[in-house]
Design a protein around this ligand. Structure first.
Ligand SMILES: [Zn+2]
Length: 123
């Protein structure tokens, strides 16, 4: 992969990381011991029965969203670590280079199309 594509991808990943962290910060707190772990806050709406029910509802929605965003953030951070380590763009299964077009479209990819297809078919 050439440097120009790589730096474009890095920029994309960094923007995505900022975006995901901002969205997570709106309703959850980062685990101080593990920066990839977030915990959804329990909302304080009120003490009435319907307010308690609303709190549980909001909490469960936030929990689902937190898991989705957290897993996306983990993928982004792992891709950024691969860039820093110089192993970015290599398929984790067959160690061949991943098509740069695929990486530009989906920068968190860690497997080539062939391996991805093979794994999806087996699954
Ligand atoms: Zn592969």
């Amino acid at each position: 992969m050439d440097t120009k594509n790589l730096s474009a991808i890095q920029k994309k990943l960094e923007d995505e990381r900022t975006d995901l962290e901002e969205r997570l910060a709106q309703f959850s707190r980062r685990n101080p011991k593990n920066t990839e772990d977030f915990n959804a806050n329990f909302p304080e709406i009120g003490d009435k029965e319907d307010e308690n029910a609303a709190e549980v509802d909001t909490y469960s929605t936030n929990l689902t969203l937190e898991r989705t965003l957290e897993s996306a953030l983990r993928d982004v951070q792992s891709a950024l670590r691969r860039i820093a380590a110089g192993t970015y763009g290599v398929c984790k299964y067959c160690t061949k280079e991943i098509d740069p077009k695929r990486l530009l479209a989906r920068p968190v990819s860690s497997a080539c199309i062939d391996c991805k297809k093979r794994l999806t078919q087996e699954a």
